[in-house]
Design a protein around this ligand. Sequence first.
Ligand code: 13P
Length: 244
Amino acid sequence: MKPIIIANWKMNPASLKEAKSLFSAVSKKIKKTSSEIVFCPPSAYLFLFQKKQGFKLGAQNCHWEERGAFTGEVSALQLSSLGCSYIILGHSERRKQGETSETVKNKVNSVLESGLMPVLCIGESREQRDRGEEQKVLEQQILESLEGISQNKLKTKGLCIAYEPVWAIGTGMPCDPEEAQKMMLFIKKVVSGIYPLDKIKILYGGSVNSKNAEEYIKESGYDGLLVGGSSLDPEEFSKISKLF
Ligand code: 13P
């Protein structure tokens, strides 16, 4: 199976000029890979990626309604019309700003209805892990974010779940591959109570770089990676994409 490598550019880079040069450097370098590469730039730069071959396009968030009086929002349907096929949802950086599992659930539903692939992010904080609550937190995030979403909805696209421990994001302190594997198996156990596992892909994110990327796929058994900082470095991201 092709690993899915998702570049989450977050709110970077700062200008269109920089985005153009980053895009051009990255797209030149990642030509030869058998993994599924997905770019999730800020929505403002999505147009740069249209009609380019060799990778998929995604967004970092969406609203759950298709259209209407929701100033400042963008819908899954609108993102789909720009060529997006993946949408990251419930990232901890959004949960930190007040996004709840209830809103994430509505968004997952809307993304599936629009025929796109949701990438549902889950992960515990440092404090929650120190209190030994990591499994409880993940289970709660999964069950609440998918509540009422039927198996039938997953029939065509399926669902990606990204395990991103908050303490590993942007810290240079990735989760140990053995621990990451334990968490992945736990996620599978929880999800298997709701959906057939062949509809679910599990990704790892948190300080992934070209030196550790392979371990999560080949040793821990993840289906893909969600890459933040290293996706802004063309050299580093192309190395990651060529590992598989
Ligand atoms: P870093 O790779 O910078 O740790 O970010 C991970 C992340 O948040 C991807 O969504």
